[in-house]
Design a protein around this ligand. Structure first.
Ligand SMILES: [Zn+2]
Length: 443
């Protein structure tokens, strides 16, 4: 239980921070936006060569942009649960759609609710994993032919307009998730010259064939330009989504809701585009292209125009938000506020953990530029960005040190999981199952 006591201490340190940073006057509103499946490196503010994300880039300019933010799982349910509970996946135990967090947990929306916030989720998450934590929960129906795209977000701004207290909005959508089937005006932005054979409807079935993983055993050989076309369609979906964010932000500004609102933009995991040989896939590895996600925080109490390259974690998001609005962290939060980093008062690199799988869980620990995998591999991320060259054999001391750190963490995980682990029951309606099938999750 050693580290759990430490977690408590860190939480109170974070709170002290929070109160120093918390603005005077009415508590700020909070909007937490998750672009499911968005890789960090496809965002312009992180150096991408295309104008995929003008709205997000402008947000980064008026806040703090974290260029090395890590998710804790390469798939939707565990990763979002870690964001909203500040617990690692094997601690909260929510590993698939339809499972819900343990009822003894106080989640981010519940902590805000207890502090007087009105809380609303607007999401395409299936199985209502977080419905119990929010005052209201709206499933966002797709506005496009491809079964997942956002339309205009009047439901969000209408709800905000009716609030009588500070509000918290969680907005999540599958726009950049498969299938990549953007509207024609966005297809032409980067692939106007492409003549086939692929069409602008990149489906799970298609990438399975290209990856040699098709259920029917069929494979599809494609050229380099075709693989680039897959990426083009992903980027086109991102640009369309970013345009929707732009209109949402403009509307909030018109309503006078913008200046006193903290905006947090992030994603739950990335997507594979050939770094380790596969395309259009997530869930199956702990590789960098799946764990590195965007993280931008802007608004009251956040300095403008900072870029932070130090590794930070999705479990740090909820403590940061609570710190900014002056609310104490709930008992079991494992993350820490990011404010000491942007204030220049924290220099030591944070340890980042990620996990995948339900049985025979695989884990990785990332610290000070090194990435240790629990199968014994070691990568130097400063020289090998995607983690493709195993240097374990030449660095037994680093391997031993990181293996020991990981084992320490796991002892803490088990102790906490004994208290706050989900019962594992799956709550999925027929409608939830239909939507999951459309995204390629259920056969
Ligand atoms: Zn996801």
């Amino acid at each position: 239980m050693r580290r759990i006591a430490l977690v408590g201490l860190l939480a109170s340190a974070a709170l002290n921070y929070a109160c120093a940073d918390a603005p005077e006057g009415p508590r700020p509103n909070v909007i937490l936006i998750s672009a499911d499946t968005l890789r960090a490196d496809h965002v312009g503010a992180n150096g991408y060569h295309r104008e995929t994300s003008l709205t997000i880039d402008a947000l980064a300019a008026r806040g703090v942009n974290f260029t090395s933010a890590y998710s804790h799982a390469p798939n939707t349910a565990p990763s979002h649960t870690s964001i909203l509970t500040s617990l690692y996946p094997s601690v909260h135990g929510v590993l698939q759609h339809g499972q819900v967090p343990d009822e003894n947990l106080v989640t981010l929306p519940e902590a805000l609710s207890e502090a007087g916030y009105q809380t609303g989720a607007f999401t395409q998450l299936n199985g209502r994993t977080f419905e119990p934590g929010f005052d209201t929960w709206h499933y966002i129906e797709s506005a496009t032919q491809n079964g997942k795209g956002l339309g205009e977000l009047d439901m969000v701004t209408d709800w905000v307009g009716e609030r009588t207290a500070p509000w918290f909005v969680f907005l999540h959508s599958y726009d950049v998730h498969l299938p990549y089937a953007p509207e024609p005006e966005y297809v032409d932005m980067w692939a106007g010259d492409y003549e086939g054979p692929l069409s602008p409807n990149i489906t799970r079935k298609l990438v399975d064939r290209i990856n040699g993983e098709s259920d029917d055993g069929e494979t599809l050989e494609v050229a380099a330009r075709d693989l680039q076309f897959i990426v083009d369609m992903y980027d086109a979906e991102l640009r369309r989504l970013d345009d929707i964010y732009g209109r949402l932000f403009a509307r909030l500004e018109e309503m006078g809701e913008w200046d006193n609102t903290i905006i947090v933009f992030l994603a739950d995991h990335g997507e594979e585009f050939g770094e380790h040989g596969k395309y259009g896939r997530h869930t199956y590895t702990l590789n960098e292209e799946l764990l590195r996600v965007p993280l931008v925080i802007a608004g009251p109490g956040v300095p403008a125009g900072q870029t932070i390259d130090a590794a930070v974690r999705m479990v740090d998001v909820a403590p940061t938000i609570l710190g900014l609005v002056g609310v104490e962290n709930p008992q079991y939060f494992m993350g820490e506020s990011l404010a000491p980093i942007w204030d220049g008062e924290e220099r030591a690199p944070r340890q980042v953990l990620a996990e995948r799988g339900t049985e025979n869980v695989q884990r990785t620990l990332i610290h000070a530029g090194f990435k240790y995998m629990d199968d014994g591999r070691l990568f130097d991320l400063t020289a090998d960005k995607w983690g493709t060259v195993d240097i374990a054999a030449d660095n037994p001391d680093i391997v031993e040190r990181m293996a020991t750190s990981l084992a320490d963490w796991l002892g803490d995980f088990q102790a906490l999981a004994a208290v706050v682990h989900t019962d594992g029951e799956v709550h999925l309606s027929e409608e939830d199952e239909r939507r999951l099938r459309a995204l390629g999750y259920l056969q």
